[in-house]
Design a protein around this ligand. Structure first.
Ligand code: SF4
Length: 873
């Protein structure tokens, strides 16, 4: 019998609006319908989506456990519970009385996997190799590889650890020895994932407003970039360098040689200590965990602070707390990338997975599995491998020598294929994995074993370390700073890029394509690259969802649902997916979306590719803006389709005096291309608006204008609430460039995929993948691809529009006008052969959309709108 529906959510800290109650009830019912439930919830920004998710999903978790304690049939799916029954106040659920998870009885106890560092240290070194044959140069011994034999199954097993780190580990790895029981794995859990750290911090902030903050165990996982507290590592700056350095430190654990008896061989037994001082004392990691547990919900900044205060690594500290957590808050990569999940030891079985900001989930999933290696990286990796083999070949065992030679052969082949375009032959081609291997004559190489070797042998760090040493020695620059040694084209980054690309060759023909971008005559070497692009998000998504109790995708707008279904869960029918879309919390009178078709002189606005550069069109747009800035108070944000077009318009307006005219009413700012400068410009824009609202009398200036670009920093993630954005203008339709090779491959795949699944003919699909093709000019591809492919192209455009204009309304008392400046926004499906873009606006905007047939009508509507809202607010 299904559990009863829930209509009240006591954890919600305010009286919920009706749409919030509906949202919570829907989500609760969806979770109750598990296992294998899939729900999509669409709720515009500012409607309290995050708080609603917290209060509904965590309430479900609590009720579910309570029901399990009472033997509710809903629990009969084999999931374990956090707390057993106990005596006490019957009004309180068991989990509230005793929040600390009870360890299961010994015979039933489910142990987490031990840290690999607690296992035996990998592979015994061949002492003969170690001590002889490197010319007595002890300083180079550290670069030697231990012998490797891929057929040694036992050895392989020993090396393939998960959650590999030396933090919080056993007595063998830390300086202070203490025994400790592993914590019990608590299931089911709720996993909440979002794109950025700031979104995760926002989630934690909302969680703190509820009783669940103190009642449930939560951990927030962050990246090393955000949580590393080793200053020597932090100063490397980029996320890649920090990750690499941290892993390097751990691969270079100090170990003392101890002879051990037992299996009749000499062995290097570990008394290992990590080279990062922040992980040496296990007692500090324990103290860290206690302090975090005692403080309730903590975000990444809080965790970093506690780590610094105690002097222990918070990155690894929180990882150790995952098994006992009820709620795990983590970035996309950590949950959606298989290797990251495995490294963290995440157990998704029977859990609830909530994916926020899921509007571009399919593309986010595929981009995580893409890999790219450039020509300079191949050149660097090749020279480092050759130098390494040259130096150590006499002391390396046969296994290592063979694999290094194979790596050299492959890297040379990759380089050759990129150079073959220098004669002016086609610069960019796309090819299947098999054809790529055949064309390079490397199809006889066992890539599986090679990748295993790369993973297990520590070759990347050894070769890169030796290359770094050579760089220092050759330059005579022992004081070469870290920055130079770990530059973007650094030794380790180059080798890592080659290794990642090799790994992608394990994919099948239908999973993705390889883009071969050869160097054009006179072009830069960096322009030549090999890239694997993943085309099958459904395959990746199914690995995440297969064992989960329920998966929830949430976002401001998730439309079009059919495309999402097709790309992420094509085996489900639309009726299998639970979809909820709620109206915006703001009253209808608070928004004014208008499709602006004509300018003040009556000229039709057409910003399509062929006409947008016309000087007459640009001047008409300028006249329109000059009028708008006199009517709209405070901030106006105008979005252009590209930086290049924004510059062309700005330059033309400067020359014609339009910018001077606008400056009499608004201070003018432009979005910088360099993201580092965005914050400074935004602050100036805000200050200008604030100072105008405080002392506008006499100056005539009534706010500020910001010229921004769709797809830039400002169009995503920046809020223009209240006076910061009383009017947002979208100039034209921001279709992606048809020259984007990867996009065209995705479009072809979606078009083929949908038509082949419609007719049930998989052979036609694979035959299309079986030959190399030159990437066609984009418009041809669009004409020839299936309907779903074209739909995808248009959807990308309208998703970008929705993202940009949605920036202006952020809370219930906000109000803003949204001007869609292009006659194509007013087209209906009956009037044009192409689809109607306005149909793809979010419901809450579409319902209010008005078509401004002429400028006079637009002017009148705006005057009326701001007059009414000024009185109301
Ligand atoms: S172990 Fe922690 S503190 Fe040390 S380098 Fe790695 S992330 Fe930084």
């Amino acid at each position: 019998m299904p559990p009863p529906p829930r209509l009240d959510f006591p954890a919600f800290p305010f009286t919920p609006y009706p749409i919030q109650s509906e949202f919570m009830s829907f989500l609760y019912a969806a979770l109750s319908s598990g296992p294998r439930a899939l729900a999509l919830l669409e709720s515009p920004t500012g409607t309290g989506k995050t708080l609603s998710i917290i209060c509904s999903a965590l309430q479900w978790l609590v009720d579910h456990r309570e029901a399990a304690g009472r033997g509710h049939p809903d629990q009969e799916n084999g999931s374990a519970t956090v707390a057993g029954g106990g005596a006490g106040d019957d009004d309180e659920p068991d989990w509230m009385r005793d929040f600390t998870p009870l360890l299961p009885k010994p015979e039933n106890r489910k142990k987490t996997k031990p840290h690999p560092a607690r296992r035996q240290e990998p592979r015994n070194a061949k002492d003969s190799e170690k001590s002889e044959g490197i010319g007595g140069n002890d300083s180079e011994e550290e670069f030697l590889l231990v012998e490797y034999d891929s057929d040694d199954e036992e050895g392989t097993r020993r090396q393939s650890g998960k959650r590999a780190h030396c933090g919080g580990g056993s007595s063998s790895e830390s300086e202070d020895d203490e025994g400790e029981e592993d914590e019990a794995e608590v299931t089911p859990k709720v996993y909440f994932t979002s794109r950025t750290h700031s979104q995760l911090s926002q989630f934690v902030g909302e969680l703190k407003k509820t009783q669940f903050s103190a009642k449930l165990r939560m951990v927030c996982l962050g990246s090393r970039m955000n949580l590393c507290i080793n200053n020597d590592v932090r100063k490397l700056g980029s996320a890649n360098r920090i990750n690499e350095r941290c892993l390097e430190l751990q691969k270079n654990k100090k170990s003392s040689k101890i002879k051990v008896d037992g299996d009749n061989q000499k062995a290097r037994q570990a008394k290992i200590s990590c080279q990062c001082p922040m992980l040496r004392k296990r007692s500090l990691q324990k103290e860290f965990r206690s302090e975090v547990s005692a403080n309730g919900a903590l975000d990444i900044e809080d965790l970093a602070q506690i780590g610094k205060k105690i002097g222990t690594c918070p990155y690894y500290g929180v990882r150790d707390m995952v098994p006992a957590a009820d709620l795990v808050v983590l970035p996309y990569q950590s949950l959606l990338l298989k290797s990251a999940r495995e490294s963290l030891g995440l157990n998704l079985k029977n859990s609830v997975i909530i994916i926020d900001e899921a509007h571009n989930l399919a593309d986010s999933l595929t981009s995580m599995y893409n890999s790219k290696v450039t020509c300079p990286q191949l050149r660097a990796a090749l020279s480092h491998l050759e130098a390494y083999l040259d130096r150590f070949q006499n002391v390396l065992g046969a296994g290592n020598r063979r694999y290094i030679q194979t790596l050299i052969v492959l890297t040379r082949s990759f380089q050759r294929v990129l150079m073959s375009g220098e004669d002016g032959s086609c610069a960019v081609t796309s090819v299947t994995v098999n054809n790529f291997l055949f064309s390079l004559d490397i199809d006889n190489i066992n890539i599986v074993k090679l990748c295993q070797y790369l993973k297990e042998s520590n070759i990347i760090h050894k070769v890169s370390g030796y290359a770094n040493k050579l760089i220092i020695t050759q330059d005579g620059a022992s004081n070469l700073n870290h920055q130079q040694q770990h530059d973007e084209g650094s030794t380790i980054s180059s080798f890592q890029a080659v290794a990642n690309f090799l790994r992608s060759l394990l994919n099948s023909n239908v999973d993705g394509r390889i883009i071969v971008a050869r160097q054009k005559p006179g072009g830069q070497p960096e322009d030549a690259y090999l890239k694997f692009i993943m085309l099958c998000p459904e395959k990746i998504f199914s690995e995440v969802t297969e064992d989960a109790h329920a998966v929830v995708m949430a976002g401001g707008t998730l439309q079009p649902i059919e495309e999402t279904r097709l790309r992420l869960f094509p085996s489900l029918s639309t009726s299998d997916v639970k979809f909820f879309s709620c109206n915006h919390i703001v009253p209808a009178e608070s928004i004014l979306p208008i499709a602006v078709t004509r300018g003040p002189s009556g000229m039709e606005f057409d910003f399509s590719f062929g006409s947008r550069r016309s000087p007459a069109m640009i001047e008409e747009l300028g006249r329109f803006l000059c009028n708008i800035v006199t009517i709209v108070p405070d901030g106006v944000v105008m979005f252009f389709t590209s930086y290049e077009y924004e510059k062309q318009v700005y330059d033309a307006w400067t020359a014609s005096g339009t910018i001077s005219k606008i400056s009499k009413k608004k201070c003018v700012f432009r979005e910088p291309k360099n993201s580092v400068n965005v914050e400074g410009i935004l602050n100036k824009y805000k200050e200008a608006i604030q100072s105008c609202s405080e002392h506008s009398q006499g100056t005539g200036v009534n706010g500020a204008l910001l010229l921004a670009v769709v797809g830039g920093k400002i169009s995503e993630g920046i809020n223009f609430s209240d006076g910061m954005g009383r009017c947002v203008l979208m100039v034209g339709l921001p279709y992606p460039s048809p020259d984007d090779v990867e996009l065209m491959e995705t479009i072809k795949h979606i078009g083929n995929h949908s038509s082949s699944s419609t007719v049930g003919d998989n052979n036609s699909l694979s035959s299309q993948y079986d030959h190399e093709c030159t990437v066609e000019p984009g418009f041809d591809t669009l004409r020839r691809c299936g309907k779903s492919g074209r739909e995808h192209y248009e959807n990308l455009c309208m998703k970008a529009v929705n993202q940009s204009i949605g920036r202006a309304i952020r809370h219930v008392n906000d109000y803003a006008a949204m001007l869609l400046v292009d006659s194509r926004y007013s087209s209906t499906s009956s009037s044009r052969s192409l689809s109607c873009p306005a149909e793809k606006l979010p419901q809450w905007i579409k319902r209010r959309l008005t078509c401004g047939k002429n400028y006079g009508e637009v002017h009148r509507l705006l005057l009326q709108f701001f007059k009414i809202n000024k009185q109301m607010h």
